[in-house]
Design a protein around this ligand. Structure first.
Ligand code: GLP
Length: 255
């Protein structure tokens, strides 16, 4: 694991944008896994600016989103589909036929989930998966207790996640209780992981993720088992880490 502690949220976003842009430049037909939530917003803003001002070309990229609420139409203002188009896809030259986002309105959810996994396989797997983290250690919507070998499937959200997400809805009853989410096993097959976190509210989850034992009760701890996990966090999110091993780790290594 490469852990980089940046001074603040802007620096986290800047560093993440640099890495995603590097990946796209090196391999224009990269398969990128995208995440929702407030954390990657700064990254998406920068990718939009890199496209607009420096011509960063996304036309050959394929994308897979991590998750989507069950029961929200793609155009619902809180659907993850709408989130991705509004904050990123509408503003870059991505090819719509190469954008994959779970369909929370699918009639046959199990069939859809199997198809989604097949699509990831068909394009040769995900090159770089962007991840946020829930305060309870969830990755995508893999809540505590999720199998560490799980695949794309329907999950019930915990009461805690429903309450945290209620800030985006007009009342608690409107928050969906279920979601389709890539599994932990699906996420772990991505060739590189880029986990972002910022702020005090993520400090406990980050301490558990990086220093706790690997456990399904905090699914994010599985990143310890990934060969190429890159964790970029700000000082607040890092404030509860006991081990300061990450200090100086981002210094350039000898050639
Ligand atoms: C949701 C998403 C996760 C995201 C998490 C944290 O639960 N399903 O993918 O990581 O929110 O969101 P935020 O970045 O807003 O804290």
């Amino acid at each position: 694991m490469l852990v980089e502690v940046m001074v603040d949220y802007d620096a986290v976003s800047e560093r993440a944008a640099e890495l995603v842009a590097q990946q796209i430049r090196k391999k224009p037909d990269s398969v990128i896994g995208f995440a929702t939530g407030s954390t990657p917003l700064g990254l998406y803003k920068r990718l939009v600016a890199m496209h607009r001002d420096a011509g960063l070309d996304f036309s050959k990229m394929t994308t897979f989103n991590l998750d989507e609420y069950i029961g929200l139409l793609p155009r619902h203002d809180q659907s993850y589909n709408r989130f991705m188009w509004e904050h990123l896809f509408e503003h870059i030259n991505v090819s719509p036929e190469r954008v994959f986002i779970p369909n929370g309105m699918a009639d046959d959810i199990d069939g859809f989930c199997a198809w989604y996994e097949e699509q990831i396989e068909r394009v040769g797997g995900i090159d770089l998966q962007i991840l946020g983290i829930g305060a309870n250690g969830h990755l995508a919507f893999n809540e505590p207790g999720s199998s560490l070998g799980s695949r794309t499937r329907i999950k019930t959200l915990t009461a805690e996640t429903v309450v945290v997400n209620a800030r985006f809805f007009s009342n608690l009853n409107e928050v969906p209780r279920f979601a389709i989410t890539m599994g932990i096993g699906t996420i772990m097959e991505a060739r590189r992981l880029l986990l972002l976190a910022s702020g005090e509210s993520k400090a406990m989850a980050i301490q558990t993720t990086l220093e706790g034992p690997v456990t399904a009760m905090a699914p994010s701890t599985i990143v310890q088992m990934h060969r190429h996990a890159h964790v970029i966090i700000d000082e607040r999110a890092a404030s509860r880490l006991k081990n300061k091993h990450h200090h100086g780790i981002s210094e350039p290594k000898p050639e």
